[in-house]
Design a binder for this molecule. Structure first.
Ligand code: TYD
Ligand code: MG
Length: 468
């Protein structure tokens, strides 16, 4: 009798080894390797088929008629913006996010919005019972929506149900971790099962043209297969993020085969579901205390959309030998770089100080253009001088201490003017690209000029008028 072979699969990265080990060699994760039965089912390694020649496929040139991807728009503007104009038919999207962030809420709202436009939507819940989903829908005031609901986890049963009911335009699977298929022998939740189930749903989407949305959990715990393996297989990956202490939620595209990946959608979790935020800048600046030192408003860009956020810094004498550096919403190594540049080129010594940096509202910023605002907040806090409350900052700082130009300066300034700001501090090179602005512009060539500007509490350094 043939012995059932088993392999050892890392539940974090999907690497396969032939013996158990405490730490995965591929990704370095501890205690993530589980024994799984080897299978040749979907997602398993393909068996070599002997004696059968392959089918000949037609080879076509690279150029040809291209059609825009057919899309179904949800009418939820922030969601459509992130997907690049709606869900693409026949595509598979993975929506990831921490537990309780609002993934199910977002998808039930999107499903209901689609049914209002006459689309057929099936919502398969593998995590919650029908009653729980109904209770949430009732809370959201969506009980009347014609979303078809099922609580099921078997891929075979789901596919049979979908085939019997007629093809829907969208299928939501909440969540991919709960799915299991008979074609893989491993236990539900393992990498093999998740991969095989996702593969089956992807094939279903391609065959029928339905848009499939898979919900994926992101856990630190190695027990549940992370959706990382699935990320490579799907057409798009969306992340729903937010901070437990804030009601703001940000939807971000990490991967998108049919659209941009730098757009964000901003939502607010309210008592009756997720509300779209039309003016995120106003929201992120909402709770601002304008008179304290250490706060600078950064005129940022998220994709094609300008976004103003407050950067808060606190610099305090440190009793410790190695002072603390705590950063929320920004890159720690980028902060170290700014501190080093301030020290080396501007004589601003922070090596004996604890530094705390926070991006208000729970937003995460990755733009280098935030450098200038961060530096302004740090210097302001150290000097105890508050920055003008009606001023915005943007610009990248180079290691030489120069302030480098950044893209989209006009859009940033326009947003600031719209929100009632009166002045902006920006890189000198960016200033040249601006024809006219309602703001008073202060263009700075180097970081030392910013330090001097704050220290003198004025904007006389290289003050320019609004006329071009
Ligand atoms: P949920 O969509 O279940 O999160 P996920 O599917 O990502 O795990 O949302 C759960 C949280 O959202 C829960 O803590 C309660 C909160 N919530 C509201 O604040 N308002 C609402 O209208 C709803 C439906 C949920
Ligand atoms: Mg959920």
């Amino acid at each position: 009798m043939a012995r059932q072979k088993s392999t050892f699969v890392c539940q974090a990265c999907g690497a396969v080894t032939n013996r158990w080990q405490g730490r995965c060699d591929s990704c370095g994760e501890w205690n993530s390797i589980l024994e799984e039965a080897e299978s040749a089912g979907i997602g398993g390694s393909p068996k070599t088929v002997r004696g059968k020649s392959g089918r000949i496929v037609e080879l076509v040139p690279l150029s040809g008629e291209e059609k825009p991807a057919p899309r179904i728009t949800t009418g939820v503007k922030e969601l459509d913006r992130v997907t690049g104009g709606g869900f693409v038919k026949g595509s598979v999207l993975l929506l990831g996010g921490d537990p309780g962030i609002g993934k199910s809420t977002l998808l039930i709202q999107a499903s209901a919005a689609l049914t209002h436009h006459g689309h057929r939507v099936v919502y398969i819940s593998g995590e919650e019972a029908i009653d729980q989903v109904r209770m949430r829908a009732a809370r959201l005031g969506l009980s009347k929506a014609t979303v078809k609901l099922a609580a099921e986890t078997s891929v075979e049963d789901i596919l049979a149900t979908l085939a019997a009911d007629g093809p829907p335009e969208m299928v939501v699977i909440d969540s991919v971790q709960t799915l299991w298929t008979e074609s893989a022998d491993s236990a539900p939740g393992t990498v093999t099962q998740v991969r095989a189930s996702a593969q089956a749903m992807i094939r279903y989407a391609k065959q029928t043209g339905a848009a499939v949305i898979l919900v994926g959990h992101v856990t630190k715990d190695g027990q549940i297969a992370g959706p990382r393996v699935v990320e490579h297989m799907v057409d798009g990956v969306l992340h729903f993020e937010g901070d437990a202490g804030h009601q703001f939620r940000i939807l971000r595209a990490i991967k998108n085969r049919f659209g941009p990946t730098d757009e964000i959608g901003v939502f607010e979790m309210t008592g009756s579901g997720l509300a779209q935020v039309d003016n995120p800048s106003a929201m992120f600046l909402g709770e601002r205390n304008t008179s304290t030192p250490g706060a600078a408003v950064f005129a940022g860009m998220e994709g094609s959309r300008p976004l103003l956020v407050e950067i808060q810094a606190l610099v305090a004498q440190s009793p410790l030998g190695t002072p603390r550096r705590a950063v929320v919403g920004w890159d720690t190594s980028r902060l170290s770089m700014i501190l080093a540049v301030l020290d080396a080129h501007c004589g601003v010594r922070l090596s004996g100080h604890d530094v705390y940096l926070n991006v208000a509202g729970g937003l995460k910023i990755s733009e280098p253009a935030a450098d200038l605002a961060v530096a302004a907040a740090l210097v302001s806090s150290l000097a105890g001088i508050s920055l003008p409350s009606d001023s915005v900052y943007f610009g990248e700082i180079s290691l030489s201490g120069a302030i480098r130009p950044v893209a989209h300066a006009p859009a940033r300034l326009k947003e600031a003017a719209k929100l009632g700001f009166a002045s902006a501090t920006l890189p000198e090179a960016s200033r040249k690209t601006i024809k006219s602005s309602d703001l008073m512009l202060t263009s700075l060539p180097a970081l030392t000029d910013l330090v001097a500007q704050i220290a003198t509490g004025s904007e006389i350094m290289t003050k320019e008028t609004n006329e071009p």
